[in-house]
Design a protein around this ligand. Structure first.
Ligand code: 13P
Length: 337
């Protein structure tokens, strides 16, 4: 394992003022999102939408890496360059989603196990040769009706650690993403408790399997009450509970935590990150972003109207807002400037 390369990549992915763009929607998810804004989905439209984002002037100031899907890493920019080469030329790390999706967990109705370990070593080797330097694997943990089971927590934690170990062997920094889903009527304390369980199980598996923690990143959910819970907590409470949960369950030699947005509004996701970075306490890790929807939802809507430049400026604006949240310098007044 090339620990120096892994540590350097991980550090640069969470460099000051920068975060990650998650543009790795599977073909199915991306097609649904395109169709929802009236665009017919095809490899060409998926390529055109994403290549337009990656052509945005100056986004590399705020974006350290872009997570791609298998189809996209093989596609080209309008000028004919391969997409990973175009990103690398701007100093933006190409990343790759390497899981093959969350499938039904045997004998546990309504629960999921993320698959993709078979053949993963060979796929990582190919992606590295194409320019990828980091990877993502997302586990899905739902709350409600007795969920999550111990089986769901332990199988997903085990798979995340095996994935991380294989990626590191092949030179890719693993983003370890155990996502506790926001849907449900559970309160914030339940989200805190379940998030603690999956984080501690995941890092225990990482310890057993020899994952090199300084060469990995964590992509967690924030601690939020379920979307249909009647007792929502304030933005400050989200920030405090999230930092508390992470401090107790995440090794302090991990270089960075890059949050997912998970369906929060653009402004909530940014405000929560800003509040965490504004706290007086010094966190042991960089606290950054690896947002999908909170960076792209409005850029996609604008692109669908045929306004390529408008879409780029919406993406650039959201990237800048989140960059400011890295240092606690964001405020809602800046949103309309
Ligand atoms: P969201 O920010 O839209 O949750 O997406 C991040 C991601 O990569 C989920 O796997």
């Amino acid at each position: 394992m090339d620990t120096q390369l892994l540590e350097k990549t991980a550090r640069e992915l969470v460099a000051a003022g920068k975060g990650i763009l998650a543009a790795d929607e599977s073909n199915g998810t991306m097609s649904n999102r395109l169709e929802a804004v009236g665009v017919s989905a095809s490899p060409d439209t998926r390529n055109a939408y994403r290549a337009n984002l990656f052509s945005t002037n100056g986004y590399e100031k705020y974006i350290s890496g872009v997570i791609l899907f298998d189809e996209t890493i093989r596609q080209k920019m309008p000028d004919g360059r391969n997409i990973p080469d175009a990103l690398t030329s701007l100093g933006v790390y190409p990343g790759i989603k390497v899981d093959t999706g969350a499938k039904d967990l045997a004998n546990h109705a309504g629960e999921k196990i993320t698959e993709g370990l078979d053949g993963l070593r060979d796929r990582c080797e190919e992606y590295f040769s194409m320019g990828a330097r980091f990877a993502k694997w997302r586990a899905v943990i739902e709350i409600g009706d007795g969920k999550p089971s111990t089986a769901c927590i332990s199988t997903n934690a085990h798979a995340l650690a095996r994935y991380a170990s294989i990626c590191q062997e092949q030179g890719l920094v693993p983003i370890i993403e155990p996502e506790v889903i926001m849907a449900g009527d559970h309160d914030a304390q339940t989200c805190y408790d379940i998030t603690s369980s999956i984080l501690s199980a995941t890092f225990e598996e990482c310890r057993i399997q020899g994952v090199h923690i300084p060469g990995a990143l964590l992509k967690p959910n924030m601690i939020i009450a379920g979307t249909s819970c009647s007792e929502q907590i304030t933005r400050s409470e989200v920030a405090e509970m999230t930092v508390d949960c992470l401090t107790k369950n995440v090794p302090h030699n991990l270089p960075g935590i890059v949050f997912l947005s998970g369906g929060q509004s653009d402004e909530d996701a940014t405000a929560h990150l800003n509040l965490m970075n504004e706290m007086d306490i010094i966190h042991p890790w960089q606290l950054s972003y690896s947002f999908g929807r909170a960076l792209l939802a409005n850029a996609l809507k604008t692109w669908a109207t045929g306004d390529n430049e408008g879409s780029q400026s919406v993406f650039l604006h959201r990237s800048r807002m989140n960059s400011l949240a890295r240092t606690g310098d964001w405020s809602s007044e800046l949103e309309n400037k």
